[in-house]
Design a protein. Sequence first.
Length: 322
Amino acid sequence: MMDVEHARRCLFGAAFFAMLLSAVEPARADVTTEDRNQAITFARHEDITPATTFDNTDADAVMAVASALLRVRHRTADCACCVSMVRSGDVTTYDITDDVITTDEELDAHLASTAARFKVVTSIAGNDLCDIAGMVTLLGCAKLPGNSIVIVSTATGEVFAHEFGHNQNLPERQGDHLIMDPDNPLGEGDTVNVDECTAFWTGGADAGTCTLSTAVIPTVSQWGVIAMTLLLLSAGSALWSRRAISLVAAEGGPVLDQGWAPPFDRRSYALALAGVLGVVTASLTLGSGLGVELRSADLVGALLCAPILAYVVHFWFPTRER
């Protein structure tokens, strides 16, 4: 029969392993070692008014958003791509049919224009547009593959990145948070896989050495999982400790009656908390010195989890009560 101490050690090991699974992920290799810039040209339809509806500032803004979506690794399934989308030259103007596209013929005419890669219009809405059956309202349409895109002036950087992906021969891909999934709500598409990352990178101009980090930092929700695991571990350790006290009492040994309060030794806990906080401080300092990306969630999560972990650790200190 398993004794109490052995069972408690098994519980500690299982909970600690669960905590590691919630915070640690398999190592990933960088997609590339070279940084690339994709030079993008823009032309605004001359019927768009006012002329400042989409100018150099607007183009730079959406390119910055699109680049951030590609360069930052947002979650485990995402890749940090060593590529930036940058404006090439000034935003020019062009005149093809109308700035309000309602037919597939008009859309084809805009796509055939060589005025720029991105042709900016007021709206795209009609029947059977961009190989989509039925009445649709679109934010953009691109050749797959190719070097021509028609996009509305109100489109976000996420849409620009999606349509540029089509130009780079990327098909649509279904899934939560995927840039190449057109069905995701605006603002939620930020994830690409290795093949998509390579496609966005291919053909860009050399921009030096890529220094992006592929590490994913625990989010607040992940720290919550860690804290919950530690709480369960604490509850289990307290239960086994009380069980040990009960067994000692049953055998006629001396015990300190703590009633229904959870087992707690102030001196042991103070030592454990000091040790845990020391390890946390040293880890954060070392990580910062090594260039590891740290966020406010890491500091908050570590400080919240430290007292709970200290309570678990303090069970390993020998005391008269136990």
